[in-house]
Design a protein around this ligand. Structure first.
Ligand code: PLP
Ligand code: ZN
Length: 415
């Protein structure tokens, strides 16, 4: 049973029923799902949650109503791993990695899509669509395929080949737009008006879609043994994941499922697309859109819808926002892999490089517990490393050649 009560405007607090509406009639502000937490308090306990499935749906009471059954490929309940070796490298006393590479299509987007398409089915839609920087398209196409729905996913045409392939394989329609994500998003807002019977996960279903990200906060608390961490680093594109992780921590505190304080959240962006980091650093009131140019294509949103809300949260809680170069992103994909055995896509490199940057400038406290969100799998962005991550040596099939190559690379001496 869901304790969702309706939709509420994030600007003027006007309320609406749980329907396919995403902006306020009065002020055009964005809507989000509201809940009767008072009623939930009596029913949602640690025990009731622990008895649930090993997926985001263990938190179904605090998500929008999925109807008869959720659209579910098994998103969520991904490992939270203590990262001793990377922590030591970065000088952090207690570092944890939320390994969301381990979702059904390899990114955290499976959380939001499972929620969005469940709501879409309950509301009577039968076609799935989205505007995407890649990962969302893959997840929408996969979840739609699993329930036999057609899908229309719209992406910049020059995305990583691996991401396009991972989307196209599910058999839906994939439209490559000659332009960047912000062009794609504008086009989709126009398409929504023409195709009201299409469920665009992150446009007309956005209030429902966004809720899926709260489960990251819920899982972190539960997996830490029902405690909150002190600091969490989150990669930013539209900023939706960040704002909903903040919402998730607050809800568990309000429900009395955990005591203490909500963690301080930190953002992570690539310098080549850093509208939020720039506004934060400059103390600006508004986020000025940028034209993205970075290898972190999944985060390349130049005009982030949730930017102002991210800034509010960063400023209210003493957070900070990293801004890292493409070189640092590549270096930190390698650092994470070498120290922890986790292969992340470029967004993960942005998170780790930003974490390192904010530790160095003293805004992240190295003595406090810290969680970094690793939101997508490295196989998705193989393109950026195939030229540098290669064989150590190529040799003829002889013992002598093998010994010579190993000696050269000091492996024999080491063994
Ligand atoms: C791997 C990955 N991490 C993080 C994000 C950021 O998501 P949001 O738009 O919610 O800020 C994205 C968005 O596409 C993504 O693909
Ligand atoms: Zn409003």
């Amino acid at each position: 049973m869901s304790f969702a009560t309706g939709l509420i405007c994030r600007e003027c607090a006007s309320t609406y029923p749980t329907e396919a509406r995403y902006s306020c009639e009065y002020c055009f502000g964005p809507l989000e799902v509201s809940y009767d937490l008072e009623a939930a308090r009596a029913v949602v306990t640690r025990e009731s949650i622990e008895a649930g499935p090993r997926s985001i749906w263990r938190y179904g009471a605090l998500l929008p109503d999925p109807g008869e059954e959720p659209v579910d490929l098994g998103a969520g309940w991904t490992p939270l791993r203590r990262a001793h070796r990377l922590g030591e490298e970065l000088g952090l006393a207690e570092l944890w990695l939320k390994d969301d590479t381990r979702n059904p299509t390899g990114s955290f987007k499976d959380r939001v899509v499972s929620v969005a398409l469940s709501s879409a089915r309950r509301l009577g839609f039968s076609t799935a669509a989205c505007a995407s920087t890649g990962n969302l398209a893959t997840s929408v196409a996969a979840h739609a395929a699993a329930i036999g729905w057609p899908s229309v996913t719209i992406i910049p045409s020059d995305l990583e080949k691996s991401k396009i392939a991972m989307t196209a394989i599910f058999g839906g329609t994939v439209l490559g737009v000659e332009g960047n994500y912000d062009d794609v998003n504008r086009l989709c807002v126009e398409l929504v008006a023409e195709h009201e019977d299409w469920a665009f996960a992150n446009v007309n279903l956005r209030p429902y879609y966004a809720e899926g990200s709260k489960t990251l906060a819920y899982e972190i608390i539960e997996q830490l043994g029902w405690r909150t961490p002190d600091q969490v680093v989150v990669p930013l594109a539209s900023g939706s994941q960040f704002t909903k992780i903040a919402k998730g921590f607050k809800e568990f505190l309000e429900l009395g499922l955990v005591s203490g304080e909500a963690p301080v959240l930190f953002g992570a962006q690539a310098t080549g697309c850093s509208p939020i980091a720039t506004a934060f650093a400059e103390g600006a009131e508004v986020v000025t859109p940028q034209r993205p140019h970075t290898i972190a294509r999944s985060l390349a949103i130049g005009n982030p819808a949730d930017g102002p809300y991210v800034l509010d949260e960063l400023r209210a809680r003493g957070g900070d926002c990293g801004s890292v170069s493409d070189e640092e992103i590549l270096e930190c994909i390698g650092l994470l892999a070498r120290t922890e055995g986790i292969f992340a896509e470029t967004a993960g490199g942005v998170t780790i490089a930003s974490l390192r940057q904010m530790v160095r400038r003293g805004t992240i406290d190295p003595e406090k517990s810290t969680v970094a969100i690793i939101s997508g799998h490295g196989l998705k962005t193989l393109d950026v490393i195939v030229d540098s991550a290669t064989v150590t040596a190529t040799i003829p099939p002889t013992l002598a050649a093998a010994e010579a190559a190993l000696a050269l690379h000091s492996l024999v001496a080491a063994s």
